[in-house]
Write a protein that binds this ligand. Structure first.
Ligand SMILES: Nc1ncnc2c1ncn2[C@@H]1O[C@H](COP(=O)(O)OP(=O)(O)O)[C@@H](O)[C@H]1O
Ligand SMILES: N[C@@H](CCOP(=O)(O)O)C(=O)O
Length: 293
């Protein structure tokens, strides 16, 4: 059995813990019953000993598998990871979602995507990464009485994601702690209005609106101060024609959207100016998690 799950960019500026979309950058895992437990790792995280010895995917998969099957079996896990760890591209959500989906798939139990999403919520309380990881596309999501309520919109092929991935990680847990405890009424209203406008702009594909609508006052500046070069990355992307440029999730990646015809030029400007960071241009993923066979 093989499974694929996309990277996600959450918040999109003002939509803290609410807005997110899926990018065509995937983790894949193949799982086969085996005499002994074994793990092979390629791509992101392959040099990280934690992923061999204490892998979050395997822990979640085993919990669900044992509950569903009431059996103890060994498996060979072959991971091929494109999603960098702790860079704000939803690596933890990808792991949570794909581990739960795999446990159901290997037992031959069909699981509805809505149920998968709500099971994932037990591991990550904010729904802005897990929703696009499960559903693909652009999503507005909230949690109401322990259930994710969301609306999804497919992303068109006419726009691309450009991600600038720094060489330093930012842990989501620590990055959340860097935020103020309270916000002023002005900043709160600013974010509600911008997040609402941004949502409408995505739904209507009104790309010209993104630049203003993606402004935020409640989290980016506090987080980006930890890596001030990110302010330059954001300015450079916007100067060269990005439609919007925001901190991806809790960082450290900077996420931009551009029209197809501008994307490669912006990528090359960013690459020239920030040669020590990785710059990738990708399309968007509208499928979310997929079981391949
Ligand atoms: N491919 C992976 N396999 C196993 N665990 C992973 C993988 N990717 C991420 N993780 C787990 O998720 C943690 C990163 O989560 P987090 O700080 O929320 O980063 P992100 O912003 O990428 O979601 C890692 O420290 C690791 O425990
Ligand atoms: N809304 C969350 C999103 C975290 O995304 P991640 O990709 O950094 O895990 C937050 O801003 O903390």
């Amino acid at each position: 059995m093989r499974i694929s799950v996309p990277a996600t960019s959450a918040n999109l500026g003002p939509g803290f813990d609410t807005l997110g979309l899926a990018i065509s950058l995937h983790n894949q895992v193949s799982i086969k019953p085996s005499k002994f437990h074994s793990v092979s790792l390629k791509g992101e995280g392959s040099n990280n000993p934690v992923l061999k010895d204490n892998n979050m995917f395997i822990a979640i998969f085993n919990d669900f598998y044992h509950n569903l099957s009431q059996k103890k079996r060994h498996f060979r896990f072959e991971f091929s990871n494109e999603i960098p760890l702790s860079r704000g591209l939803g690596s933890s959500s990808a792991v949570i979602v794909s581990a739960i989906a795999s446990a159901y798939a290997i037992e031959g139990i069909k699981i509805e995507k809505e149920k998968l999403l709500n099971l994932a919520l037990a591991y990550e309380s904010h729904p802005d990464n897990i929703t696009p990881a499960v559903m693909g596309g652009f999503n507005v999501a909230t949690v109401h009485e322990n259930e994710v309520k969301f609306i999804k919109k497919d992303m068109p092929r006419s726009v691309k994601a450009i991600v600038v991935i720094p060489n330093r990680p930012m842990s989501t847990q620590l990055s959340r702690k860097a935020l103020p405890f309270k916000y002023s009424k002005e900043d709160t209203i600013f974010n509600i209005s911008h997040s609402s406008l941004l949502t409408a702009a995505f739904i209507n594909e009104d790309w010209e609106m993104l630049r203003n609508a993606s402004l935020d006052k409640i989290h980016q500046k506090y987080r980006m101060k930890q890596m001030p070069e990110l302010f330059d990355v954001q300015k450079t992307a916007l100067k060269h024609g990005a439609l919007m440029s925001t901190l991806s999730g809790s960082g450290s990646t900077l996420f931009s959207i551009a029209l197809n015809e501008d994307a490669k030029r912006i990528e090359s400007e960013l690459h020239k100016r920030f040669p020590h960071f990785r710059v990738l241009t990708r399309g968007f993923d509208n499928d979310g998690v997929v079981i391949k066979d």
